[in-house]
Ligand binder design. Sequence first.
Ligand code: CIR
Length: 257
Amino acid sequence: MYAITRAISSAMQNCELTHLQRQPLDLNIAREQHAAYNDALRALNVTVIELDEQAELADSVFVEDTALVFDELAVITRPGADSRQAETASIAEALAPYRKRLFIEAPGLLDGGDVLLIDRHVYVGLSSRSNEHAVKQLSDHLTAYDYRVTGLNLGKCLHLKTAVTAIDNETVLLNPDWIDRSLFSDYKVVEVHSDEAFAANIVRIGNALLYASTFPKTQKMIEKMGYPVTCVNMSELAKAEGAVTCCSLIFNQRTCG
Ligand code: CIR
């Protein structure tokens, strides 16, 4: 598997914030944590393609929001925050060797953090960053490839994947305060520990799981169910409202053309 990641911007202190208060960010710690994240991916046999810093784009480390990479194609998003729309050009370029690319166009708005893929089902959170126009465009782009696209309303959290991610194709990890669990009644639902609101964000890499070390209670629950978990400390990136899924675009090896 491949992962695209991007070095932290020196301007990350000016990141977008929606539900969190601004706190001072230590760039050195953030960079160390990001390096450990890249190392953890490598340890899980992922080839990491590390893009250079985009110093002027404060949130550009959060590459997940700029594209969706399916086995058959990539969809370059149109991020919902104006300050983030310039991030997509270099990601489109980086993905060119690997996938045919289609684009979300205005008036569509879409952050990749709002898109959860489980098997052939694509769930899209209708957050403050993503809209129905984008759901329609995404659905049109994917029609030929046998994916089902469903828009979902969301509670008071940044992205769909703040509220729910998948542990495997049959199991979701979810915070019921932010997403109605009945929307996932086709799956086994694991609720995050009530002390750990942000614990629903986990990365699947094949059968492995990459998780933040700050949710030990939920982590224990996941491990008890028999899933091995690799943990990384994301505490500094979390101050920028980031989590484990946000920092990479993970996709299967396959070249284009
Ligand atoms: C933002 O508000 O856009 C960034 N500060 C955080 C983005 C996190 N991305 C994600 O959850 N996919």
